[in-house]
Design a protein around this ligand. Structure first.
Ligand code: SF4
Length: 469
């Protein structure tokens, strides 16, 4: 029988991308070929995001766009929709989207082959997601092999008022440290120099295994993997960012001096409304401690503006905090009123912040941060950096694109690389020595002066056609 071809679309966060890569691996393992375009596929899978308004709209638009490849005699005969939007609105979607053949939830990743074969019920969503892959689970990488995401845990037990994730992803469940280590070793053996650890709440890793916060010991364990250059930590929770973790980050050369820690707000009343479980002073003290314990650390954070109850004064407090803390990277989201969250109820009592005001607050905070970022970029001119080469730059045929230790994939700026005279053209995945010559708001320009570590990738990376937005 002719092999069936399947095309995947992956929406949302890196954790969802890992799920897509597992579904790619399971499909490939079961004998499906991976199509490079929807028109070449017998089946299409859309792995959705259902976190906030915009993401939900994008998921619906993408499903309808992919459904067109089934219509009018298109080659595709099956459309499968998975992920967080399905987990959240299973019944409604099954009623409103007749063009979809199978629905799987965020915890049904391991049922993808059955769904592709039409062997699962149309509404195959498990209402209590419990799945978590491990190192023996087939997984096809969708990013070039020099970088990879490793999901060390799934789900979340925290009560943050604005967040629907615990309802979409279930309770916290951590992978065994041995399994994570084996997977990291495997990825590094294929050429990965950068490993990005992700989870909904990274810093609570291990609590469900033995009652202890286990991220610090996991980091020390992974720091021993030869060939890895940057172990990067994403989604740290303030109150679970321990001294032991900061010491592990500071001590271990292979651990990127980079911490991504969403703080969401600083105003005490807002943190209370958001049920973050701490006051503003905690965040201020933590930022200071992180900088003291991890010299040269790159600190990334995200904030929500416009949450119910956010007064002008509360917003001013946030602006002051961003000015005084001078974070390296800041993301700002406008509050999204999500049904099923505590905040949605709060909005009724405390009053909603008008969308125009939300948007102007988001712009104001980004304006403050842009000036801070530009000043920090300027201060890097003349410095020598180790830069991971990602490929030819989209900006110019004479430049390469790269990132240094303080720049995470897909969310931070980059380094535009020119070659010094007589310097050999670098390959994708090489780590080069480069001197910073220029700057912009979020990006740097630098001149390559030599190679620090040639890539160990066996062949030029082939990007699987997984759309990630
Ligand atoms: S820790 Fe993150 S994922 Fe968990 S409830 Fe809070 S915001 Fe949501």
């Amino acid at each position: 029988m002719k092999k069936q071809a399947v095309y995947f679309v992956s929406l949302g966060c890196p954790k969802n991308r890992v799920d897509t890569e597992v579904m790619l691996g399971l499909s490939d393992h079961a004998g499906f070929t991976i199509a490079r375009a929807p028109e070449d596929a017998d089946a299409i899978v859309v792995n959705t995001c259902g976190f906030i308004g915009e993401a939900k709209e994008e998921s619906i638009d993408t499903i309808l766009e992919m459904a067109r490849f089934k219509a009018d005699g298109g080659r595709a005969k099956r459309l499968v929709v998975t992920g967080c939007l399905t987990q959240r609105y299973a019944g409604d979607l099954a009623r409103d989207l007749p063009e979809v053949d199978q629905f799987l939830g965020s915890g049904d990743v391991d049922k993808i082959v059955g769904a592709l074969r039409g062997e699962t019920p149309r509404d195959g969503v498990s209402m209590d997601p419990a799945y978590l892959y491990d190192d023996v689970t087939p997984r096809l990488q969708s990013l070039p092999a020099y970088t990879a995401y490793v999901k060390i845990a799934e789900g979340c037990d925290r009560p943050c008022s604005f967040c629907i994730i615990p309802k979409l992803r279930g309770g916290q469940r951590s992978r065994a440290p041995e399994s994570v280590e084996r997977e990291v070793k495997e990825l590094v053996s294929r050429g990965a120099v950068e490993i990005n650890l992700v989870a909904q709440d990274l810093t609570t890793y291990g609590k469900d295994l033995d009652g202890e916060l286990g991220l610090a010991s996991l980091v020390r364990r992974l720091a021993g993997v030869d060939g890895m250059r940057w172990l990067r930590l994403h989604y740290a929770y303030p109150t679970a960012t321990t001294d032991a973790l900061l010491e592990a980050i500071a001590d271990e050369p292979r651990v990127a001096k980079y911490i991504d820690m969403p703080l969401q707000h600083i105003d005490d009343q807002m943190l209370k409304h958001m049920r973050r479980g701490h006051v503003g002073k905690t965040s201020r003290a933590l930022v200071e401690k992180i900088r003291a314990r991890v010299p040269g650390v790159t600190l990334r954070t995200t904030f929500i503006v416009g949450h119910p109850g956010e007064t002008d004064e509360a917003f001013e407090n946030l602006c002051d905090f961003v000015r005084e803390s001078a974070f390296d990277r800041v993301g700002v989201f406008t509050y999204s009123n999500e049904d099923g969250t505590h905040s949605a109820k709060l909005a009724a009592d405390l009053g909603a912040v008008p969308p125009k005001v939300m948007e102007s607050r988001r712009r104001e905070l980004m304006r403050i941060q842009r000036a801070i970022s530009r000043k920090k970029m300027k201060a890097m001119v003349g410095r020598e950096l180790a830069v991971l080469v990602e490929g030819p730059s989209d900006e110019s045929e004479y430049l390469f694109a790269g990132r240094h230790e303080g720049q995470a994939p897909e969310i931070d700026g980059g380094v535009f690389l020119a070659l010094a005279d007589g310097v050999k053209t670098p390959r994708i995945g090489d780590v080069v020595r480069a001197r910073v010559t220029g700057y912009a708001d979020y990006d740097l320009a630098a001149t390559v002066e030599g190679t620090i570590a040639p890539t160990r990738m066996k062949r030029a990376p082939t990007r699987l056609p997984v759309i990630s937005v």
